[in-house]
Design a protein around this ligand. Structure first.
Ligand code: NAD
Ligand code: ZN
Ligand code: ZN
Length: 338
């Protein structure tokens, strides 16, 4: 089968023929129809983070398609089911986190397109218990970005505990951020968004942000405080330390700053202000299978729609180059060969 494979960190991916995966009793084989490209795939291929992915690696954790083979122990799925394979490839199912509805914190978890091969390929083996069904009426390319960008931002907004009518600041209007704006609006929040350039401004406003500020030309922190009086919650998807600090500085007293982006950097915080202002700073990592079902349901009901550009597997190195420059509007989804 055809796949995009990383052999060493920082080198271009190679498009090559590799063996179609075989499955064990608990797995399913998915014929991939489409797979979104997340900035995490780029971090993986660059070896950016302290925990490194496997090599050689087939990246991709927004792979969606149909089940073409079923393991003998998989009884709740059938051939032809339309499913997606998220970042949480599998978890142990019995640790304190798995039992407590926090499976994304499981220490035994495997991650698609990181510790195991993912969706940048014609076929992908997946754990039967951790694939999530795609609701009827949602096409493969439209569903793909929801399996990471969608569920991650939906969950981060829940973690922020921001209520309808309250202010939410979304930092970064990229693949994740453009969905964060939509979920926040759908959840009744008032949204201010931050990124740079006219294309991102237009996109954010078209998706329902009341204000947009440009991190290259605006005094972002004061501008946001002026329009909102300080936000109740912020979600930072920017791949920049400066954006993280601003997402902290704009939160009003008692508010919550949710960290989502993963630049490989530290974020110094002022102890005095954090204590006196009673501000929470919290990390949020993807979402559970239940979060994913909920986030897909928003899209199935037409409340949220990923803005996508469809490309092919052969385009992956150009897609990564554009992503590094911040030049992508919405999400790129690669359609797999038929
Ligand atoms: P993306 O490249 O599509 O979008 C990033 C956006 O941030 C771009 O539009 C860029 O212009 C903008 N940006 C850069 N500097 C900024 C600043 N100072 N202020 C505001 N915006 C700024 O990337 P993506 O796919 O949306 O991923 C974003 C980050 O989230 C990556 O680091 C990725 O690894 C991480 N991520 C985290 C999780 C999680 O579970 N926590 C899940 C998926 C992705
Ligand atoms: Zn992702
Ligand atoms: Zn576990």
């Amino acid at each position: 089968m055809k796949a995009a494979v990383a052999h060493s960190f920082g080198a271009p991916l190679s498009i090559e023929e590799i063996a179609k995966p075989s499955i064990d009793a608990h797995q399913v084989l998915v014929k991939i129809h489409a797979c979104g490209v997340c900035h995490t795939d780029l971090h993986a291929c660059h070896g950016d983070w302290p925990v490194k992915p496997k090599l050689p690696l087939t990246p991709g954790h927004e792979g969606v398609g149909e089940i073409v083979e079923l393991g003998s122990a998989v009884s709740h799925l059938k051939l032809g089911d339309r499913v997606g394979i998220p970042w949480l490839y599998s978890a142990c199912g019995h640790c304190e986190y798995c039992l407590d509805g926090k499976e994304t914190l499981c220490m035994e978890q495997q991650n698609s397109g990181y510790s195991v091969d993912g969706g940048f390929a014609e076929y992908c083996a997946a754990h039967g218990d951790y694939v999530v069904k795609i609701p009827e009426g949602l096409s493969y390319p439209d569903a793909a970005p929801l399996f990471c960008a969608g569920v991650t931002t939906y969950k981060a907004l829940k973690v922020s505990e921001t209520k309808p009518g309250q202010w939410m600041a979304v930092f970064g209007v990229g693949g994740l951020g453009h969905l964060a704006v939509q979920y926040a609006v759908a959840m009744g929040m008032r949204v201010v968004a931050v990124d740079t350039g006219e294309a991102k401004r237009e996109l954010a406003q078209q998706l329902g942000a009341e204000h947009f500020f440009d991190f290259k030309t605006d005094d972002v922190v004061n501008a946001i405080k002026k329009v909102s009086g300080g936000v109740h919650g912020s979600v930072c998807t920017a791949v920049s330390k400066a954006g993280f600090r601003q997402s902290y500085d704009v939160v009003r007293r008692g508010g919550k700053c949710v960290l989502v982006g993963l630049p490989p950097e530290d974020m110094p915080l002022p102890i005095f202000d954090t204590v006196l202002n009673g501000v929470s700073v919290v990390g949020s990592i993807v979402g559970t299978r239940k979060d994913l079902e909920e986030c897909l349901e928003f899209a199935a009901r037409g409340k949220v729609k990923a803005i996508i550009t469809e490309k092919g597997l052969d385009d992956i190195n150009d897609i990564f180059a554009d992503m590094e420059k911040g030049e992508i509007t919405g999400r790129i989804v690669m359609n797999m060969p038929k």
